[in-house]
Write a protein of this length. Structure first.
Length: 129
């Protein structure tokens, strides 16, 4: 079974929402801190929900929260080295699982699958622009 072969190594248990938050922080230039408002917008959640997620991730040392140098009222967040490592491991596991899922398909079937996935996800991607 694919899931049995691909498991996260020991570490903090992160909820789906917390992992999604790490993914959002990993979008674009990961060296650039994101404001809490930007993060809430990326996650499509209220600011209070984003704050709760960041609180939990800070407790687990996955993200770092700082005040903006330009405006001390603005809170900025970015992944910590541990958060970046956790995200990299999760990405590698997802890729390995996808490879296992696609392995039984021949080249034509893979092409068709990718075409269908683009067709299915296209409207969602267009809505993000």
């Amino acid at each position: 079974m694919v899931f049995a072969r691909h498991q996260m190594p020991p570490g903090p248990d992160l909820s789906k929402e917390e992992m999604r938050t790490l993914w959002a922080l990993g979008m674009g230039d990961t060296r650039r801190r994101k404001t809490m408002s930007e993060l809430a917008e990326l996650l499509n959640v209220p600011l209070s929900t984003a704050t709760n997620l960041v609180d939990r991730l800070c407790e687990q040392a996955m993200v770092v929260r700082t005040r903006s140098d330009k405006d001390r009222r603005v809170v900025e967040v970015q992944m910590s080295p541990q958060g970046k490592q956790r995200q990299a491991v999760a990405r590698a596991l997802r890729l390995a699982m996808a490879k296992d899922w696609l392995e039984p398909l021949d080249e034509g079937e893979r092409h068709m699958f990718l075409h269908l996935m683009e067709k299915i996800t296209g409207p969602a991607q267009e809505g993000k622009k």
